[in-house]
Design a protein around this ligand. Structure first.
Ligand SMILES: Cc1ncc(COP(=O)(O)O)c(C=O)c1O
Length: 344
């Protein structure tokens, strides 16, 4: 497979237009067959519910090239499952599992020359999404939906690349409400988070860190990543909350920590200020963030530092990153069957 002439090692996390995208339409209770198209534009009616009432949801996953040239998807079944729970919450028609998987695989296969080569440090980001379109005015579900999947080669999400330290800041804004849509990948959650991210950046951090929206006491998640913390007693803990996104990466990291590294793991509420002295390593995890070690967290005008005074990457974070990325890139065996080869 002849690859595109990109400077793979220096890509950032931004959109690069590839040759094809997959599109399927829902109307009158039926899904179309779906097809590859070339135009990156979408033309929608001005009354479309996606434009006014944010009736839109999305997923994000990556494809990577293995040493033998296979293109690997990482746990696409979990993205499919999460999209189904989101569409149900937003009163959108479910994308059938087979259509979701075919859309992802066809978009990747058709753009195989855009999948970064093994060892380049880059990957192909895959963005399946569903929007409610068609003539409408009142607050009701759309009459028509488009499911699209586009792909873009990307580099690291945070500045610095690879496994580099990031800082987070707790901002006095909520991302989600206790019984709202925080656990779903709804577009509306992200518009509301733009200001918090900017405020965090203004404080010198990479991203906002949210506390629970009911009491503002327990850790939730970062703007685009879940979090895991390693306590000084060796337990890896991740927040349990009904208003955070169930991250595919975080679930994988917790499995690896227990199975491969022998850590005790817990999913429970974490009272940040009460427990911060017990935290050794702190990390953010997500498809885009992979596992990003967190050096410092700013809260109430104070910076809290973790492993190595916030200046070094903790060994457990490093080990989890190495294990996870080796499976994702097909560099080691895959005992859990997490990767799926895209047939070319
Ligand atoms: C709010 C939020 N939390 C967590 C994550 C991480 O989820 P995943 O590991 O499934 O990518 C994401 C997306 O990457 C996200 O947008």
């Amino acid at each position: 497979m002849k690859k595109k002439a990109l400077d793979w090692g220096n890509l950032s996390f931004s959109y690069i237009e590839t040759d094809y995208r997959f599109s399927a339409i829902w109307e009158d209770g039926e899904w179309s067959e779906g097809e590859l198209i070339t135009s990156s534009e979408m033309s929608v009616h001005e009354g479309s519910p996606v434009l006014h009432y944010a009736q839109t949801c999305f997923e994000g996953l990556k494809a990577q090239t293995a040493p033998n040239g296979d293109i690997l998807l990482f746990r696409p079944d979990l993205n499919c499952e999460r999209m189904a729970s989101t569409t149900a919450r937003l009163m959108m028609p479910g994308v059938p599992d087979a259509l979701f998987m075919r859309g992802v695989e066809e978009a990747v296969r058709a753009n195989a020359s855009w999948v970064p080569p093994h060892g380049s440090g880059a990957s192909l980001y895959i963005r399946p999404f569903l929007v409610g379109v068609g003539e409408n005015l009142g607050l009701r579900p759309a009459p028509r939906y488009e499911f699209r999947v586009f792909v873009s080669p990307v580099g690291p999400y945070y500045k610095g690349g690879g496994l580099s330290l990031i800082d987070l800041a707790v901002i006095d804004l909520d991302r989600a409400a206790p019984k709202g849509t925080g656990a779903y990948k709804a577009g509306a959650n992200y518009a509301g988070g733009l200001m918090a991210t900017q405020m965090a950046k203004d404080l010198g951090a990479s991203e906002a860190l949210y506390l629970d929206p009911a009491e503002h006491r327990y850790l939730e998640e970062a703007g685009s990543a879940n979090i895991v913390v390693l306590l000084k007693d060796g337990t890896l803990v991740t927040p349990k909350s009904p208003s955070i996104l169930p991250s595919v990466t975080r679930r994988s990291v917790m499995t690896l920590a227990a199975d491969a590294l022998g850590h005790k793991t817990e999913e429970r509420a974490i009272d940040f200020l009460a427990e911060v002295d017990q935290i050794d390593e702190f990390a953010a995890c997500g498809t885009a963030a992979v596992i990003s070690p967190v050096g410092k967290i700013r809260m109430n005008d104070k910076w809290y530092t973790f492993f190595g005074g916030g200046e070094a990457i903790g060994p457990v974070t490093q080990a989890l990153y190495d294990r996870l990325t080796a499976i994702q890139k097909g560099e080691t065996d895959d005992p859990y069957g997490w990767t799926r080869v895209v047939a070319l």
